[in-house]
Design a protein around this ligand. Structure first.
Ligand code: ATP
Ligand code: MG
Length: 260
């Protein structure tokens, strides 16, 4: 059975879908079979982030209601056949039951090495449905107090699920602001949440503007390199965290800071 990792946050808009898509791509590029599941029923956008919205014909609700087979609803990514998506495009496709969702996840785990669930924001029914099927969680936060506080609440709620691992990814980190002490650094987030921070992903204008995995997974980008380190951690337990402040250190770094 493949591992099931839920990507959650509490606060909305911190980059769960972006991290799910990019990390999924990085793990698939490393040779494992990855299925991404959009659990944000109604406000789904993982298909868009993956750049495959035109290829989605069926979604998880169709599978649960028996309107199609699981294989028919999975969309393989054109960049890598190891990566596929089970979308949740349908608004009005019928309510998605906890039991039905769990059955679909179990079926996916039989054929994938990793099933990654993109959790909806908030801590209501959709959150619990997504989390209850996982055995590991990645909490995404940005380096600001409001986001960290929500991550902390989520961490408390996750304690009830007895997950094997709960770890944190800090996203949208501006290294220049970390050095100026205007946003939190990795160490600050780690001590605030009392959880291991296994990834730090820089704020990247390209990601913001393009917002699709095609752009994000550009191998030269800082963003993708930082996510590849998270993929190594997930797959092999390495503990290297990308240093978002590095390019702002030294003389050249000082000039970069001045011109940012
Ligand atoms: N590292 C980054 N650098 C720049 N922009 C980013 C980064 N990560 C995410 N974004 C941008 O932040 C916005 C929110 O990202 P995303 O949709 O992944 O968040 P989310 O947590 O899934 O949101 P929601 O809670 O609504 O599901 C998007 O415009 C995305 O492009
Ligand atoms: Mg999202």
């Amino acid at each position: 059975m493949g591992r099931c990792i839920v990507v959650t946050s509490g606060k909305g808009g911190v980059g769960k879908s972006t991290i799910t898509a990019t990390l999924g791509m990085a793990i698939a590029e490393a040779g494992a079979r990855v299925t991404l599941v959009d659990a944000d029923v109604g406000l789904n956008n993982l298909d868009l982030v993956l750049g495959i919205e035109g290829a989605v014909s069926y979604d998880i609700t169709d599978v649960e209601k028996g309107r199609c087979r699981l294989g028919e609803a999975l969309v393989e990514h054109p960049f890598n056949e190891n990566l596929s998506l089970l979308s949740s495009r349908a608004l009005g496709g019928g309510a998605l039951s906890q039991k039905g969702f769990a059955a679909v996840i179990t079926a996916l785990r039989r054929s994938a090495d990793y099933v990654m669930i993109d959790c909806p924001a908030g801590i209501d029914e959709g959150f619990h449905r997504a989390v209850s099927c996982a055995d590991e969680a990645l909490i995404v936060t940005t380096p600001v107090p409001a986001s960290v506080r929500d991550a902390d609440k989520v961490s408390d709620l996750l304690a009830a699920y007895r997950l094997r691992r709960v770890e944190v990814v800090v996203n949208r980190v501006r290294g220049d602001l970390v050095l100026k002490g205007e946003v939190l650094g990795v160490g600050d987030v780690m001590s605030a949440l009392r959880l291991p921070v296994v990834g730090s992903v820089p704020e990247d204008d390209e990601v913001l503007l393009s917002a699709t995995v095609g752009r994000i997974s550009d191998r030269e980008s800082e963003c993708y390199r930082s996510v590849c380190m998270i993929a190594s951690h997930v797959m092999m337990g390495t503990d290297m965290v990308y240093d978002c402040t590095k390019r702002y250190r030294g003389l050249i770094g000082f000039l970069r800071r001045m011109t940012r």
